[in-house]
Design a protein around this ligand. Structure first.
Ligand code: KG4
Ligand code: ZN
Length: 354
């Protein structure tokens, strides 16, 4: 065992460890092994088995299909991630997500924890996204220079703005009242026939378009709160698209203009609200995470707007769902890990981070 520590009731004080992360909350089955020594990180493996190809034909994730896919992929993913290594701790996504998908990863994690008699910790998927930028480097020390921070999580299921006072200390400032940002990208892609997942397709199409050719609305941009709403924007895109279809103008150029205009509206709203939150809370930094953080235009725009505050965002390979970020969040929550955790940990579809 590479860790040293003492067991105190349910508390484990572990400093060095190999930690196995397991993620199965949506349509990616993932397992990862991190080795942490004196707060320095080494990513030994990060296996991501995506079902995106399977769900493409339905135009979105089908929960039953996803759960079956996880059941098939979970053991091969873990076996590949571990190789001949044995972890000291296991971290598993226990919330939020598709309940039957979460359960596959959770049961695998519980079984290994019980069989190997090693501590287990349940991780909130959103906490994984929030700190996924830490995977870019090797230094895991989260000093006072980062906090308070603003966290912006933009994924297929969530759009949340958080005040982050430290690891584990969050308060929710605002969230979407309807569609998540990624969901809006997916729906627009479906409407325009660009395929699934929609985010990458829309952003590729937007590259050739003019962001100001169509003046799409910026919902709730001036509201006094930090909430978001993207469903009206999606409706506006739909109406515009139908109008164009009527007049027979569905050229590649006009689709690119729609994508660019839609993307600019999403980026604008996210940027204005994040900057407002950062100013109001005198944030020293901003953490960005979630699948939509793969969007280069969003990252560039946010980085510019937030200056001189640093924007921390994950490398592209850690923007989507992956188990390395879950193992990392497990490390941040290591004091909650216990050998008995397998008895009580349950999957929760809708658990909030703050
Ligand atoms: O975090 P994630 O992998 O899964 C969830 O936890 O939901 O996020 C997936 C979402 C999808 O909606 C996908 O369309 C979106 O992230 N996405 C993007 C881009 N790449 C992925 N959205 C905008 N631009 C992108 N380049
Ligand atoms: Zn996610």
């Amino acid at each position: 065992m590479s860790s040293f520590g003492c067991q105190k009731a349910d508390l484990w004080y572990i400093f060095d460890m190999k930690i196995l992360g397991i993620e199965s909350s949506c349509d990616e089955t993932s397992a990862s092994l991190l080795e942490i020594k004196e707060s320095r990180l080494q990513i030994k493996s990060n296996v991501v088995l995506s079902q995106a190809g399977e769900h493409k034909k339905y135009g979105g994730v089908v929960p039953e299909v996803a759960a079956r896919g996880h059941a098939q992929a979970i053991v091969p993913a873990i076996a590949r991630a571990l190789g001949s290594d044995r972890p000291d701790v296991i971290a598993v996504t226990s919330a939020p997500g598709l309940i039957t998908s979460l359960q596959v990863g959770l049961q695998a994690a519980k079984t290994l924890s019980y069989a190997w008699q090693i501590p287990l910790v349940g991780v909130n998927h959103l906490e994984g996204h929030l700190f996924s930028w830490l995977l870019n480097g090797s230094d895991l020390k989260l000093g006072r220079e980062f906090f308070p921070a603003i966290g912006l999580i933009v994924s297929g299921g969530h759009t949340e703005l958080l005040l982050v006072k430290g690891a584990g200390r969050y308060s929710l400032l605002g969230r979407t009242r309807d569609d998540a940002a990624g969901e809006a990208f997916d729906k627009v892609a479906k409407l325009l026939g660009l395929g699934y997942p929609g985010g990458p397709a829309v952003s590729r199409c937007a590259e050739k378009g003019r962001a100001n050719a169509i003046d799409f609305p910026r919902p709730m941009i001036d509201s006094k709160d930090f909430d978001f709403s993207f469903s009206g924007l999606k409706t506006s895109v739909t109406n515009h698209f139908l109008q164009m279809a009527k007049t027979g103008d569905l050229s590649r150029e006009s689709l690119s203009d729609i994508c660019a205009g839609f993307q600019a509206a999403v980026i604008d709203v996210l940027g204005v609200k994040t900057l407002k939150a950062a100013r109001q809370h005198q944030a020293k930094s901003v953490f960005l995470g979630g699948g939509v953080s793969a969007n280069e235009a969003l990252v560039n725009s946010l980085a510019g707007k937030l200056k001189p505050r640093p924007l921390y965002c994950p490398e592209r390979k850690y923007t989507g769902d992956n188990a390395a970020m879950i193992a990392l969040a497990g490390y941040l929550n290591k004091r909650k890990a216990s050998r008995n955790c397998w008895r009580k940990l349950t999957a929760q579809a809708g658990l909030k981070l703050a």
